[in-house]
Design a binder for this molecule. Sequence first.
Ligand SMILES: CC(C)(COP(=O)(O)OP(=O)(O)OC[C@H]1O[C@@H](n2cnc3c(N)ncnc32)[C@H](O)[C@@H]1OP(=O)(O)O)[C@@H](O)C(=O)NCCC(=O)NCCS
Length: 166
Amino acid sequence: MGANDAWLIRSAKTGDGADLASLVPDPDRRAWRLRNADEARETLLVAELDSHVIGAVSIRWNGGCDAPNPWIYGGEVLPNQRRKGIGTSLWQEAHRLCRNRGARATSLDVDVTNAGARRLYERLGYVVVGPHEHRWVGRDSETAAVIAQGTADTWLMRCALPAEDD
Ligand SMILES: CC(C)(COP(=O)(O)OP(=O)(O)OC[C@H]1O[C@@H](n2cnc3c(N)ncnc32)[C@H](O)[C@@H]1OP(=O)(O)O)[C@@H](O)C(=O)NCCC(=O)NCCS
């Protein structure tokens, strides 16, 4: 897993739930991401600093919105830790894992209003493929019934991942 002088990038583990609450406040969404990682449908990467989780991003291995590419979503760094390179480290580690699994590209979407994140993605090598409609659902934590849903206008972005020997 990636590391530098200050923070460590690693897979989420049991016990990260409390720290993740600051990054993924919705308890159902948090539980869903942890469960998907636990059951290997996804990888949930976290950034750890001084024994606390300060950033996270998820990789969905199958069934993303731009198959067959792994789908990277839910990137978030605590507000007081932003613009230090932690987001970049999370994505670099995500790309390394994707390359190791043989992916030749990764995909994500970004709200059309989120110019800052789009700038970061472009610096990482992403290019806009076209407009995308992001569908979201909110579920009741007890029954899993859909209690809210909606759409957001996003850009679909893709990043080529050259193999090491390309
Ligand atoms: C996007 C995010 C994960 C980046 O994490 P980070 O640790 O700050 O990322 P880095 O330090 O590696 O890179 C910072 C770069 O992100 C970009 N950026 C992201 N959000 C920005 C903002 N609100 N304002 C300005 N720049 C922003 C800039 O290009 C910045 O580079 P710069 O400092 O050279 O201008 C973080 O800003 C965040 O959690 N934002 C809120 C959640 C979000 O928008 N997630 C993305 C959903 S698609």
